[in-house]
Design a protein. Structure first.
Length: 286
């Protein structure tokens, strides 16, 4: 075990918690930092150590993973007081798994390089269940040596990790796949609403979808959530609304892209903390 790299993890939300836990269970020494200290305690009970700040974390870790909410959170963790780049350290691998803009990755990669660190953007496709079972897809931007260094860790987090190109490529791929998520989420909601408006049972529509070419795990899970009126967030609507804003800023201007972007922006104020499939409630009101 002593030959394994010391891992640092920042951000213990719905995804970061099970992902960091998988590395602990794989035998890696893991230190964690989270602004909400109660979330650190759950990982401490599983064998993690804790750090008082990002700067303290990067001093003791060889590889640091981040999974936080947005560009500003990333910037604060890198350049704020006691941030990652404020530490007297160099030669670390900093892996940003947050869903953020390509621009923030390009900016933080440049600053990291100036401090002697290496940076990868490595957002993931998948939700909590895939994080718990190591079935995520990891989309990576950066250079080959850094990717190879991180690959043994990625293998515990996901079923596939792909190096897609230079810094920012992983972020662009994530915005693309989450745009498709937006299409599919709204499409499923509209399909079930249309059927319901014409007197069809949701259970019957679920059976039809599941047994046809359009059936998949996502439609099963989200269809069941609709039928059970379970809108507790596995992936909060506000996060998809944010991702669609980022995609629009990167040039998303297709007809479907414009529609799904606008729908989720309109729904966010009332439904942002609920699951993405709560979009059906917004559409039903309209």
């Amino acid at each position: 075990m002593s030959s394994q790299p010391q891992v640092g993890w920042i951000g213990l939300g719905n995804m970061g918690n099970p992902m960091s836990r998988r590395l602990i269970e794989a035998g890696y020494p893991v230190a964690v930092y989270n602004r909400s200290k109660d979330k650190e305690e759950a990982l401490r009970a599983s064998g993690a150590t804790t750090a008082d700040s990002p700067a303290a974390l990067v001093q003791q870790a060889d590889v640091v993973f981040l999974m936080v909410s947005d560009d500003q959170a990333v910037r604060d963790l890198f350049t704020g007081p006691q941030g990652l780049l404020e530490a007297q350290a160099s030669g670390k691998l900093l892996v940003n798994m947050s869903t953020v803009s390509p621009g923030i990755s390009e900016e933080m990669a440049k600053l990291s390089q100036e401090k002697g660190h290496t940076y990868l953007d490595a957002p993931v496709s998948g939700s909590v269940k895939q994080a718990e079972t190591g079935q995520l897809v990891v989309m990576v931007g950066g250079d080959e040596p850094a990717f190879q260094q991180a690959q043994p860790l990625f293998e515990h987090l996901g079923k596939l990790a792909l190096l897609l190109g230079p810094i920012g490529s992983g972020n662009r791929a994530k915005l693309a796949i989450n745009t498709l998520l937006g299409f599919y989420t709204q499409g499923l909601a509209e399909t079930l609403l249309f059927a319901q408006q014409h007197g069809l049972k949701l259970e019957d529509m679920q059976t039809i979808i599941a047994n046809g070419a359009m059936g998949n795990v996502y439609s099963k899970i989200k269809g069941e959530a609709i039928m059970g009126e379970n809108f507790q967030a596995a992936f909060a609507l506000k996060h998809l609304a944010k991702d669609l804003r980022l995609a629009k800023a990167e040039g998303l201007n297709t007809p479907l892209g414009a529609v799904v972007h606008d729908t989720f922006q309109q729904a966010e104020p009332a439904l942002g903390d609920e699951d993405v499939i709560a979009i059906i409630k917004h559409l039903h009101r309209d």
